[in-house]
Design a protein around this ligand. Sequence first.
Ligand code: ATP
Ligand code: MG
Length: 151
Amino acid sequence: MKPFEFISSKPEETIEFSKSLAKLLKAGDVIALEGDLGAGKTTFTKGLALGLEIKKNVNSPTFTIIKEYQGRLPLYHMDVYRVEDSFEDLGFDEYFDGNGVTVVEWAHLIAEQLPEELLTIYLYLGENGSRRLVLEPKGQRYEELCKEILL
Ligand SMILES: Nc1ncnc2c1ncn2[C@@H]1O[C@H](COP(=O)(O)OP(=O)(O)OP(=O)(O)O)[C@@H](O)[C@H]1O
Ligand SMILES: [Mg+2]
C-alpha cells in the first residue's frame, strides 16, 4: 500500500494541514509525532490547536511534559523528550482514554505505554524549508482518517 504523504513547503502549510486534520478528530484520538529536533512537531501541534478552536498559543516549555488546552475538544499536548525511563507511568493512559485529543511529540520514547491504535506522523526535513509528512495509521479508525484527509 502506498504510504499517506504530504509535502509542506513552509510552516504555514504544515499548520493548514494539521488544522484540517483537527477538524476530523474525535475524543480519544491519539496522534504520535516523530521527527528530528526542529522538524516541525510543535508547529504541527499549533495547527491542531487552531483546528480545535483553541485560543491559547501552544508552545513547548522545556520541562513540562503534559499540557492541556480547552477548545472544541480538550487537547493534551505531550512532549516526552525528557522522560528518562520509558516505563515511568505519568498517568498517560488517563489522557489517551480521556475526553480529548492527545498529541505526543517523540512518542517512541514511551512506546511501551502508547495505545495499540493511533496515528503516527513522521516529519522529515527536506530542502529549502520543506517537510515531508508521512502518515502511518494503526487501526481502522486511523486508516479512515488518513483516507479522508488525503483523498
Ligand atoms: N514546512 C515547514 N513545516 C514546519 N515547520 C517549518 C517548516 N519550514 C520551516 N519550519 C520551521 O521549523 C521549525 C520547527 O520547529 P518546531 O518547534 O515545530 O519543531 P519540533 O519538531 O517541535 O522540535 P523539537 O524536537 O525541538 O520539539 C520552526 O521554526 C518552523 O517555523
Ligand atoms: Mg517541539
